[in-house]
Design a protein around this ligand. Structure first.
Ligand SMILES: Nc1ncnc2c1ncn2[C@@H]1O[C@H](COP(=O)(O)OP(=O)(O)O)[C@@H](O)[C@H]1O
Ligand SMILES: [Mg+2]
Length: 296
């Protein structure tokens, strides 16, 4: 690695900054030069260049996150660049402690970078005050966490209405009941979290995440506490929201099967994106076809 030219080279697809690399081939499309961190991103671009016109839905630009505890500094994200395109299904992988949750929380406006910018549909979210961020968060994102984070003293039904209450929307009971039915939770609506199994709690948490019909769904190891059959059902719902309803989906996962279905696998190491997302190669079977929904 040594500086090549002064000209910025960025992988348009994943957002990785390639200006430090000398061995990045140029790909010319319609007279414009493009650079890619590796075969996967180049393949995505070549398959459908139109998809990568305009600006990414989410763009991280040189994002640093440093946690300070007394004199000890933990530099979790060290200039992370990242693009997520509208309708993408992104799997985020990386060792425990590599900053996956930190990055996701930053994207979801739950936390702020120490430095750098996060753009959401071109808007620089660092310019927003806490109130504006909270409003944008509740309108834009649905979160599903490993710990279901349901309010223990509220029923399942009441838990799912919280986002509506926070965003000042009307609670349409019939619609919510129908959603509980489609999730197979009709009998559980009036139960409180401690009376529900892990899978039921997570399905309730999923209904809560979807209450505001968010454009972007963020899952931080959403199946981490579930057995594989129960986890698969949750994932089916999430992936279907991406495929059928074109929701942008970002899932932090250790699960090879999820990563293999994603349009883009974001691998973290040392606070950066891994070039050619190399870490994920062992996750992705070489014969895995590009998902048919990718450009639908
Ligand atoms: N609020 C915090 N204060 C101090 N350190 C933190 C905080 N949140 C995360 N960290 C540290 O940042 C690193 C990355 O954490 P995290 O993003 O949770 O990693 P991952 O989700 O990849 O396991 C860890 O070393 C963790 O201890
Ligand atoms: Mg985590």
């Amino acid at each position: 690695m040594s500086p090549a030219t002064a000209q910025p080279k960025t992988d348009l697809v994943c957002g990785m900054d390639l200006s430090e690399y000398v061995d990045v081939p140029e790909f010319v499309h319609n007279g414009t030069a493009f650079y890619f961190c590796g075969a996967h991103c180049e393949g995505r671009f070549q398959k459908d260049p139109e998809r990568f016109q305009g600006v990414p839905l989410i763009k991280l630009n040189k994002v640093w996150k440093v946690f300070k505890a007394g004199v000890v500094e933990t530099r979790v994200l060290r200039g992370l660049d990242m693009h997520v395109w509208e309708g993408d299904f992104v799997a985020v992988i990386g060792q425990s402690g590599s900053g996956k949750s930190t990055a996701l929380n930053m994207i979801g406006l739950l936390d702020r970078p120490t430095s750098g910018n996060i753009f959401l549909k071109q808007g620089d979210t660092s310019l927003l005050d806490d109130e504006a961020r909270a409003l944008l968060r509740s309108k834009t994102f649905g979160f599903v966490f490993q710990q279901y984070n349901l309010i223990p003293w509220l029923t399942a039904f009441e838990n799912t209405t919280l986002p509506l209450i926070f965003s000042g929307k009307k609670t349409e009971t019939e619609k919510i009941v129908a959603k509980f039915e489609t999730m197979g939770l009709a009998e559980r609506m009036t139960h409180r979290p401690f009376e529900l199994s892990g899978g039921e709690q997570q399905r309730t948490a999923l209904l809560r995440a979807l209450a505001n019909d968010p454009e972007i769904i963020l899952g931080d190891e959403p199946t981490g506490n579930l057995d594989s059959a129960t986890g698969s059902k949750i994932l089916e719902v999430l992936i279907d929201l991406n495929k059928s309803r074109k929701k942008t989906l970002i899932i932090v996962t250790h699960d090879a099967d999820i990563a293999a279905q994603a349009d883009q696998v974001i691998a973290f190491k040392d606070g950066h994106l891994v070039r050619d997302h190399q870490v994920h190669k062992k996750f992705i079977k070489s014969d895995t076809p590009v998902p048919s929904h990718e450009h639908a």
